[in-house]
Each structure stands twice: as structure tokens, then as C-alpha cells.
Design a protein around this ligand. Structure first.
Ligand code: SF4
Length: 580
């Protein structure tokens, strides 16, 4: 039978499923495969969704399910979007009444469906939204906006806010995501706006796609130049190609262009950039200050009362700003949860765990035991990484491959540590993105520096963010590091970092002596490939001791654990090793 929920319009066979793999037909009736089932159900701050001009700083109950009607490359939620067959065990069933009670009990202002698209859990979400409104909760969602007109009309009476994520402007851009045309998304944004729903628009900035974003911004501004526009700097999460990642500086330049059309253009995934702040539309004064708070997320660090400018202006913001901010714990909140799944998945890939039944049992076990809480603590410690591998290897029957990976990592760690016991320790600062964004004291990367014979100055930090905090210039200058590492692939190339320091008069020793280092194309966190990052750090801190040939080491690692040679261009990709 034909599904009329999204514009793909699948013919769903009896007991089969449509493109999203979430809708089925039973007895000639279209129904969900996993009704009232959620992969996440916990409070977040609304800036984590992210929504920036709707009840800022307020707490909402985040709900998400699994599956997607789109198939975009480089999707940050890929593990959830494609997990309908391998990970359904992470879904917990909860009737709408209980979800609403949970939201009220947790003191949430409302309910927000995000991470994957509510389209694929349409009937459950519609029931939940209706009940939430009856209980005076606000309701919203983030979406690719591909609902049919009828499905959208059914939701509108129960919807207060929506964030539509655009994939591009042209049909071709949407065809790359497996759907025929872009038209329905623009139609739906217009309809929501005209129906009085608070809307925000988001678009991914991939290198080379600037013209697409300019055309989207043009459409949005034709509705209202006050609609917040979120530029999501593309970061190659999962296994996406590195070559599409623009630098923070390139994305900032694009934002400056888009600001000619729109009053509020924000830049995400760009630690240290000030383009997350809300400025007065009249005089340009800063009204709300935000900082990077994980993938696609932000958090408020300061704001003027009622976000009103001294000049008397106030940007278009729905609802008041909550005085007290809600900070999510650990991996709970926004795309940090999918990042945690991704890190676990990266280990499964390295140990060749691809027996669907065993992998499904593993996910069930991890969810039932609330493992994400424990994982958040242990994944920051290089010495505890072996235990994570053991747990995953045991559950998936890949103990031999698990031992091999664990031994390789532990032996490398021990070898490097043993040679740096009595050395002079260079004073190292670990930034992410621009210079003033410092990784948290307990982050994994700071522990790698110490393991490689450095003194990591980030350990002195008392404040915490996700994954770090913005320093003042004074704090940065007082640290005066001898050497700086920049986390991530291309967010901030060394030359941009150096220029930023010169322009902002951040002349610490590391800058004066040109001792700033990136990691491209190696890893320093998450995937077991961090062991290559450790070697790179050891080489950099103590060239008198270490001389790892990084191309050779990387090639051996990739051949051993991914069944493929190392290639800088595709270094982010991995393939399952053969089972042993
Ligand atoms: S919601 Fe799923 S089954 Fe229905 S049309 Fe869209 S992709 Fe197909």
C-alpha cells in the first residue's frame, strides 16, 4: 500500500517496509514497525537541538527513534539512521502518557524530537505531541522537512517550533540524499512559517557548496530576514570524506556573505568562533554569548536581561530566556549520544564484529546496563580502553581480534611511556578549533600528551564544557605553552591558528617559536586509530627519543585492522576486517 507520510510515497508491501525501514503494512493498514519506541529519552537544553531563538536556555525532553527517509553521505546520525536492522535493541518502548509524565517530572518546558526524523515515527510522534499539548508542554522537532502536506497539516496544531535542516537548494542536492526533489522542503518551511510556528533553518556547509547555501538563505529571507539561519560546518563524522570539510575561517566567510540577506546567521561545529552569539539587529551589540557545546550544539554562557539591547532593540525571540542553564550529563544530549555509538562501532569495525545477531545482542546489553554512563568516564582514559575492547569483543565472539587490537594499543602505550619517565616535559596546550577553545582537563587528548612525556596545561582548568571551554585572553597568556596541539582534522589549519594568534595578540612561546601542530590525517580520540595520534604526539614532543615513520605506521595499522592500505584522502573511512 502507498505510504502518504513523506513525499517519497513508498509502496509498502504487506509485512515489508518502505525506504525508511520504519513503516510496514499489516492487514492492509500502514503501521510502524517500532511504535512508541525511543532510542533517547532524556532532558537537554534547547540550544543542544539546536534552536536558538525559542525559549533560550530552557530544558526540553529529547526524544528520538531510529531510521531515516533520507540517505545522505556524511550524516552525523548515520549510526541511528541506518541502525534499524543492526541496533533495534537500543529502542525502549514507552507509551505517550509515560513520556509526558517523564517530561513533567524532569521539569521540562516541552518535548523535542531530534537526532533522527520524526517522519519515520509519525504516528507515535503525533500521539505524543497531542498529549504533550494537552499537558501544557511545548512541542517541536528537527526534520529534513519532507513530510507530505497532509502529514504536516496533521502535526501543525500540536507544533510550537521546528528546525528544518536543508540538504541544498537544487533537486540534484536532494537526489544525492536519495529523494527526487527539493521543492517539498521549501513548501513546508513556508507553510510552517505562515501557520505561526517558530521556525529556524539549518544547512550543512560542505566545501564547494557555498552557492547552494546562498540560494537557501535567499529563500528563507524572502519569508523573513529574522528567521535564524544555522550554518553547520561539515565535519567528517562517521566515515565521510575529509576533503569536503571547510575550515572554520572559510565557513565564517560564508556566514558574512549570508548576513547580507539575513539578520541572524549562526555558525556551528566551530569551537572558538564568536559566530554563535546573538547580536542586536540594530546596533550590533552582543546580547547572548554562546560557545561550542559538541556537534551541532551550543550553550549560553552569558546574556543581557531579556536579551534586550541597551539601545532598546530586541531580536525576534519567542519566549523568555531562562536564568538557569541546563547542562546535560556525559554523552546524554544531542549528537553526543550518536558520537558515543559511533566510537563503540569503530571498535567493532576494527575487531571484525559484524555478525548481525551478536551485534544486536551487544547493543541490547549496552542499553540495558546503561553503559553510556560508564563509557563516558572510561573512554577518556587511554589505560581503560583495553577493557572497552574486551567487553565488546567478548559479547560479539571476536576475542582473538579483540586481544590483538588491545595488545597493539597497550604495547604502544607502554613503550612510549617507559621511554619518557625521566624526560623534561614540554608545557603543552590542547586547543580545538580556534586558540581560545581549550579541551577539558580530563579529556582523552590531554592524557595522551601526558603519556607521551608532556605536561598538559589543560589539566589546570577548573571549568568544564563539552568538550571544552572558551578561555579569556588572560587565561591563555598566563598558561604560556611551549607547544600547542590542535584537535580535529581541518577545522583550523596551523596557518589559520597562527594568524588568529597574531591578529589577537596571543603571543605565547608556542606562537613565537612556531610550535603549533595539527593532527591531519591522524586521529587523537574515539576510534582505536588514536594510537597513531599518540605516536605523532610522541614524535613531536620528544624527537630526540621517537622517530615513528607515521606513513608506515598508519599503513600497517590500516592493513591490519581495516583490510586496506592507508590513504590520506580516505583516511576517515574504515572497512570491516575479515573475521577470524
Ligand atoms: S515515511 Fe518511510 S515508508 Fe513512508 S513514504 Fe517516507 S520513506 Fe516511505
Amino acid at each position: 500500500m502507498k505510504c502518504g507520510i513523506c513525499e517519497i510515497g513508498c509502496q509498502v508491501p504487506e509485512n515489508g517496509y518502505g525506504k525508511c525501514r520504519m513503516m510496514t503494512a499489516r492487514g492492509g493498514v500502514l503501521t510502524e514497525r517500532y511504535p512508541d519506541s525511543y532510542s533517547t529519552l532524556f532532558p537537554i537544553s534547547i540550544e543542544t537541538l539546536p534552536t536558538l531563538h525559542f525559549y533560550p536556555n530552557h530544558k526540553f525532553l529529547q526524544v528520538s527513534s531510529m531510521g531515516c527517509n533520507f540517505s545522505c553521505t556524511g550524516c552525523i546520525s548515520e549510526i541511528l539512521a541506518r541502525g534499524t536492522e543492526s541496533m533495534p535493541a537500543v529502542l525502549k518502548q514507552m507509551p505517550p502518557q509515560k513520556v509526558v509524565e517523564k517530561a513533567v517530572h524532569e521539569g521540562c518546558k516541552g518535548i523535542a524530537f531530534c537526532l533522527n526524523d520524526p517522519t519515520v515515527s509519525f504516528f507515535s510522534f503525533l500521539k505524543l505531541a497531542r498529549l504533550a499539548k494537552e499537558n501544557n508542554l511545548l512541542v517541536g522537532f528537527s526534520t529534513n522537512g519532507y513530510l507530505t502536506e497532509q502529514a504536516l497539516e496533521a502535526l501543525i496544531p500540536f507544533t510550537d517550533f521546528v528546525n528544518i535542516g536543508f540538504k541544498g537548494f537544487t533537486d540534484e542536492a536532494y537526489q544525492a540524499c536519495g529523494v527526487p526533489t527539493s521543492g517539498p522542503v521549501f513548501r513546508n518551511l513556508k507553510r510552517l512559517f505562515e501557520a505561526g510556528v517558530h521556525v529556524e533553518a539549518a544547512a550543512i556547509h560542505m566545501k564547494g557548496f557555498e552557492a547552494e547555501l546562498a540560494r537557501i538563505a535567499g529563500f528563507v529571507s524572502s519569508l523573513s530576514r529574522c528567521i535564524p539561519f544555522q550554518v553547520m560546518r561539515f565535519v567528517p563524522f562517521g566515515e565521510a570524506d575529509i576533503e569536503f570539510e571547510p575550515t572554520i575561517r572559510e565557513s565564517e566567510a560564508l556566514c558574512a556573505e549570508l548576513e547580507k540577506e539575513l539578520a541572524h546567521v549562526y555558525l556551528f561545529n566551530s569551537p572558538g568562533s564568536d559566530r554563535l552569539n546573538t547580536l542586536c539587529p540594530d546596533c550590533g551589540g552582543t546580547l547572548i554569548t554562546r560557545e561550542f557545546f559538541g556537534p551541532m550544539g551550543s550553550r549560553i554562557t552569558a546574556h543581557l536581561p531579556k536579551a534586550r539591547c541597551a539601545c532598546g532593540s530586541r531580536p525576534v525571540i519567542t519566549g523568555e530566556v531562562a536564568e538557569k542553564r541546563y547542562d546535560e550529563h556525559g554523552f546524554f544530549g544531542g549528537y553526543r549520544t550518536t558520537r558515543a555509538f559511533e566510537m563503540l562501532h569503530a571498535i567493532l569495525v576494527c575487531i571484525g564484529a559484524h555478525d548481525p545477531e551478536k551485534v544486536s545482542e551487544l547493543w541490547f546489553d549496552l542499553v540495558q546496563t546503561d553503559y553510556l554512563k560508564e563509557f563516558h568516564e572510561t573512554v577518556q582514559l587511554p589505560d581503560a580502553y583495553g577493557a572497552i575492547i574486551d567487553r565488546l569483543a567478548l559479547k560479539t565472539g571476536c576475542t582473538e581480534a579483540g586481544h590483538q587490537l588491545k595488545n597493539f594499543i597497550q604495547n604502544t602505550l607502554a613503550r612510549i611511556r617507559s621511554k619518557t619517565l625521566d624526560v623534561d616535559r614540554p608545557r603543552v596546550y590542547y586547543a580545538m578549533g580556534y586558540p581560545l577553545f581549550a579541551l577539558n582537563a580530563e579529556r582523552f587528548e590531554t592524557n595522551l600528551v601526558e603519556a607521551a612525556g608532556g605536561e598538559c596545561l589543560n589539566k589546570q582548568l577548573k571549568r568544564k564544557g563539552k568538550p571544552g571551554v572558551t578561555l579569556t585572553r588572560e587565561e591563555f597568556m598566563a598558561m604560556n605553552p611551549d607547544l600547542i596541539f590542535i584537535s580535529g582534522f581541518l577545522s583550523c589549519p596551523v596557518s589559520d591558528f597562527y594568524d588568529y594568534c597574531i591578529r589577537h595578540d596571543l603571543l605565547v612561546n608556542a606562537v613565537k617559536n612556531n610550535r603549533i601542530y595539527g593532527h591531519f590525517p591522524l586521529w587523537d580520540f574515539g576510534s582505536p586509530r588514536w594510537v597513531l595520534g599518540l605516536m605523532h604526539i610522541a614524535n613531536t614532543l620528544h624527537p630526540e627519543i621517537f622517530d615513528f615513520d607515521m606513513e608506515k605506521e598508519a599503513d600497517e595499522f590500516y592493513r591490519e585492522f581495516f583490510n586496506q592500505p592507508f590513504d590520506r584522502k580516505t583516511a576517515n573511512r574504515s572497512f570491516y576486517r575479515a573475521s577470524r
